[in-house]
Design a protein around this ligand. Sequence first.
Ligand SMILES: Cc1cc2nc3c(=O)[nH]c(=O)nc-3n(C[C@H](O)[C@H](O)[C@H](O)COP(=O)(O)OP(=O)(O)OC[C@H]3O[C@@H](n4cnc5c(N)ncnc54)[C@H](O)[C@@H]3O)c2cc1C
Length: 467
Amino acid sequence: MPASLKEIKESYDVIIIGSGLGGLTTANRLAYCGHKVLLLEHHHRLGGLATWFKRRGHIFDVSLHGFPFGMIKTCRKYWNKEIMESIVQLPNIVFKNPQFSLTTTFNKVDFTKLLESDFGIKTETIERFFTSVSSMNFFDDQSMTTKELFEEFFPGRSDVHRLLMEPITYANGSTMDDPAITYGIVFSNFMNKGVFTFSGGTDKLIGMMEKELIKNGVTICTNAKVDKIVIEDGKVCGVVVADKKITSTAVVSNSGITNTIFNLTDKKHFSDEFFTKAKEVRVNNSSCQVYMGIKKGETIEDVGDLLFTSTAPEFDSEELLDLHTRSKTFSIYYPKTRPGLERYTIVASMNSRYSDWDNLSADEYEKQKQELISRSIKDLEMYLPGVSAKIDWAEAATPKTFNTYTLHTRGTSFGTKFEGLDVSRSIHKEIGGLFHVGSVGIIMSGWLGAINYGVIVSNDVDCYLRA
Ligand SMILES: Cc1cc2nc3c(=O)[nH]c(=O)nc-3n(C[C@H](O)[C@H](O)[C@H](O)COP(=O)(O)OP(=O)(O)OC[C@H]3O[C@@H](n4cnc5c(N)ncnc54)[C@H](O)[C@@H]3O)c2cc1C
């Protein structure tokens, strides 16, 4: 059970602000290493964007649409065997758009076959492409864009570009103009073995993580919004939460990097050079989602696990972000993905701009949400005819929803663009004992990226505390 603010002690070795997957992992690793850890979360439940909600007997997952095979090893090593054992593959990934319709297991073997048979690409070109993307790493030349990478291997082939890019845009918000490395790392992770999910849903995973945190001795406090990180003589010495100061030797912020620098600390603590660099960090786009629940007792046909759909003639990052986009991903949750709960739910996901929703009047905002729901159900009918009569709950989330629940700047779903990574990694050099963990730089976002980043940051903090 999370503690209340009244029960927590006055001092800890390290305070973690925020319980996204990055914050949870950092807390768990540091407690496992023997440090006294306090985890403070503003929301009433843990998980950050890895969250769920219940309506009329349905449980809707917000960000459990798919992650790479690498989660298995990461969860086994840094969480526990039970968590690892619930990870299962989503075997049927479907693409439907005016350029092609296909079903794939979304791995290298299947993609090679498809690129040869359906797209007529030479085996030698495909192999060179895979070798090139899988060897990309952080220290490479970062000036090449994803568009340039695609043009080098598949010039003028907008259909191939769409196959390669569309799922990654949904997975990390990146565009053709972002550095190719942000594409290469994530695409190669998926191509390893395909797309995976957590059987039993996000609620089960976060419940298991909470149990592990408690076992390792983390003090957890929800409904606890940190207002300030306290800094004295160039070093952190605690945080202020609900007008109460709690001291610590180190603070790890899992709040967005922009929040951490501009809201939780003060300009005066940073060098001009660092602050200028931080101001130039661009946050990534946000999302809209429509959650649809199927009436108890009704069933739907198995039409695939993840459907990348679009009626737009070609892939276009701007079109994907448009308020009236014709492109959506449908995640279909069958009872087999949530054993024990004999219910079907469907989530339509779209990338989205905060500015399109922020300036609407209350009436217009509600109207746009209803239209989004209607468009999503209408589109879903194309793949599941008759489904609208079976839906007994439909609800929409917008960039404002994501901002409300996570406090992220402009409701960003995937942290920041590439330049945010360097700022996140170097904040501890500006202020002793202050670390950041969480979605940055595109490559450190997503479930796997956030957990792996949590491991990296916990090592940094452990070294700092031991020194
Ligand atoms: C719609 C959507 C779909 C997605 N789908 C997928 C997917 O299919 N696969 C995938 O791998 N990834 C997906 N993602 C991305 C993935 O969910 C995130 O990258 C990851 O969960 C982020 O983890 P994080 O550690 O950065 O923290 P976050 O989840 O961003 O959490 C940060 C936490 O900090 C808390 N916080 C902030 N400020 C304070 C404060 N001042 N005091 C206390 N607490 C504070 C917030 O409340 C929040 O709980 C999706 C994201 C979205 C939005």
